[in-house]
Design a protein around this ligand. Structure first.
Ligand code: IMP
Length: 422
């Protein structure tokens, strides 16, 4: 079975936990896009693990974890993550594979990401990790790939060529002194040496696994509305975070995919700038942020919070071909008297039931809400769907009806045990 897990909102939906649970039954777990702008927090036996690049499935013994060609890799961050896992006693040798075609994040990408933000009138609020500039180099065909770190001659030529042009731009446009070739060259050759045993042809490996009827889990990072095409452009990331990205980012054909699971929070959050129709107003916003501990796993930035937006989520179900949903952080809604669900947008007297492409509508529309009654703090959270408060159950049923997909998992706390499988 080949399953894709995608975020249906603006990332941070709790995909890490879903992947962690589904990993038990998978043989391979594969990241297909994004980079260390992502951050998954997984809690196992009271111990917290934060992942930026390596699939969280690595916590399960015997599973093979791949970083696909669609990912952009900061080798320094990856090596730190590897060291952290080894220190925690988790063996990764033979279980971690990095696509030789994955593009590399270089120092100039990170600096450019930050400098560009300072120049913009409308800041995107990027994570500043060099993600956008690295994908830009990939697209304009001057990127450096993992395989290049293993070949002195190729790396020298590519890096020289890049710096010749980029240093001019850094000096003339950003009044930045630019970058020294030798330092980057030696540093990245070192990374290549340290990572060489993990770098391989992942497309080949995965397709062979498919032929052997192995189970593969494709792990999306960010979410549908941060997707470069379908997200709230330009306030998006630079990769294909939707289900289609799983094929491009791994080399496994669309005809081999079996299922897409969409992950949504029981409410909505967003980090960074950009439209957010159902965003809470203060002081409720702060209260909900604290309850949900809504601070970015990567940058620690406070997340913006709002009500569940079914217009967005239904569009995500459509774009990704989602049949199954995992609803996360239900417990954060415990104890609220009344809960709102956005069912449409209203702008200039017109109702929009579908997610609008028109920027003016998206940024100015007011949400149309349906109120549903809240519930007391749920007793015996981990004891199954039947034991949920009736109002919590009807909230979930309402989401199923609005989104046109079945809920197969509900998370009511951060640990693996606090998960209801339906
Ligand atoms: P970038 O991916 O660093 O270029 O950032 C672009 C936008 O995507 C910013 O609004 C970031 O806050 C957002 N973003 C990137 N990665 C994540 C993520 O993993 N979770 C939530 N937001 C993200």
């Amino acid at each position: 079975m080949n399953t894709i897990v995608v975020g249906t909102q603006w990332g941070d939906e709790g995909k890490g936990k879903v992947i962690d649970i589904l990993s038990e039954k998978a043989d391979f777990i594969v990241r297909y896009q994004g980079g260390n702008n992502a951050g998954h927090t997984v809690v196992v036996d009271g111990k917290e693990y934060i992942f930026h690049l390596i699939p969280s499935g690595i916590l399960h013994k015997g599973k093979v974890c791949c970083i696909g060609n669609g990912v952009v890799v900061d080798p320094q961050v990856l090596l730190q993550e590897i060291k952290g896992l080894e220190k925690a006693g988790i063996r990764i040798d033979g279980r971690l594979k990095i696509s030789s075609l994955a593009h590399v994040i270089l120092p100039y990408h990170k600096i450019l990401d930050q400098l560009r933000e300072t120049k913009r009138a409308h800041k995107i609020g990027t994570t500043g990790r060099g993600i956008g500039p690295s994908y830009a180099d990939k697209t304009i065909r001057c990127g450096i790939r993992m395989a290049d770190l293993l070949n002195r001659r190729v790396l020298r030529e590519k890096l020289k060529d890049n710096l010749r042009e980029k240093n001019e731009i850094f000096k003339k446009v950003y009044a930045h002194p630019g970058f020294d070739f030798s330092r980057i060259y030696e540093e990245y050759l070192d990374y290549g040496r340290a990572l060489s045993r993990y770098i391989s042809n992942c497309a080949l490996l995965l397709n062979r696994a498919v032929a052997l009827k192995k189970d593969i889990l494709f792990e999306g990072a960010q979410g549908t509305f941060l997707d470069i095409d379908f997200g709230t452009y330009p306030f998006v990331t630079s990769s294909s975070a939707t289900a289609g990205g799983a094929c491009i980012g791994t080399g496994v054909s669309p005809v081999l995919m079996d299922k897409v699971i969409g992950v949504a929070k029981a409410y909505t959050t967003r980090v960074g700038e950009g439209p957010f129709p159902t965003e809470f107003l203060p002081p409720f916003a702060e209260m909900m942020r604290d309850r949900g501990n809504e601070f970015g796993a990567t940058t620690g930035r406070p997340r913006r919070c709002g009500w569940f937006d079914s217009v967005m989520a239904r569009y995500a179900v459509l774009i990704n071909g989602i049949k199954e949903l995992a609803i996360m952080k239900m417990d954060v809604l415990d104890g609220l008297k009344k809960i709102e669900i956005c069912v449409a947008y209203k702008y200039k007297g017109k109702k929009f039931r579908e997610f609008p492409d028109d920027w003016e509508v998206l940024t100015r529309a007011k949400p149309v809400y349906k109120s549903v009654p809240g519930w007391e703090k749920a007793p015996g959270r981990s004891q199954g769907f039947a034991r949920l408060h009736p109002n919590a159950k009807s909230y979930l049923r309402r989401l199923e009806d609005l989104l046109g997909a079945k809920i197969s998992m509900v998370s009511v706390g951060s640990s693996r045990a606090e998960t209801i499988i339906i």
